[in-house]
Ligand binder design. Structure first.
Ligand code: ATP
Ligand code: MG
Length: 188
């Protein structure tokens, strides 16, 4: 069948999937990046909106530029904050978060991109910096052919319920526990 219009189960292709990569193990953002790489190879246009990452330099920013901004665009829209347990979120972070969501939502509805990755959106929802109900209903009602990937720990149950594909990364081992620091090209 190959590139036939119908997949193995006779389902028509072209249905946008809502995908969630969550859990405490490493590999959520890199899994989204791997999917983006595959999508670009198929001629799909990809946008990644980063809710937390700010000015810190990640390898994927340069790699996306090598593919071309018209194929894979990454927008860091946070400021690299780390939420300290229990404390109220800084209003500036909430504002940046709202801005990132508004931007991502607009791009999903504008159908400019075939795949939109909302990187770390699960994390900001879990810290109540974004309302889960609002996000999930907007994602449910999105244009049908648009694929969306949501990454980050502690995905909200309502997002998991709405999703077509959910994978939970489970930590078996992480070098961090042996005191090995983040490695260039692997962690950033
Ligand atoms: P990656 O971006 O490598 O795919 P991730 O998206 O699954 O990781 P995040 O929760 O976004 O993980 O964490 C971001 C950073 O923390 C990354 O540099 C990652 O290597 C590191 N990290 C991820 N999981 C763990 C862990 N279980 N213990 C310590 N550090 C971790
Ligand atoms: Mg991540």
């Amino acid at each position: 069948m190959g590139n036939d219009l119908h997949g193995p189960e006779g389902m028509p292709e072209g249905k946008g999937l809502l995908i969630v990569y969550t859990g405490p193990g490493k590999g959520k953002t890199t899994c989204a990046l791997g999917t983006a790489f595959r999508a670009v190879g198929q001629g799909l246009r990809v946008l990644m909106v980063q809710f937390i990452k700010g000015s810190w330099h990640y390898g994927e920013l340069d790699a996306a530029k090598m593919l071309g901004d018209d194929k894979f665009e990454i927008r860091p829209m946070g400021r690299g904050f780390v939420k300290v347990g229990g404390a109220e979120a800084d209003p500036e972070d909430v504002r940046l978060c709202e801005q990132a969501w508004e931007f991502g939502r607009e791009k999903i509805y504008g159908e400019e991109y075939d795949l939109v990755v909302l990187d770390e959106i699960n994390y900001v929802i879990s810290y109540k910096m974004l309302d889960a109900g609002r996000v999930v209903s907007a994602l449910r009602a999105r244009p049908e052919r648009i694929h969306v990937i949501c990454t980050g720990r502690s995905a909200h149950p309502s997002l998991i319920e709405a999703a077509d594909l959910v994978t939970e990364m489970k930590e078996i081992k992480h070098p961090y526990t042996k005191g090995i620091l983040a490695q260039r090209g692997i962690d950033y």
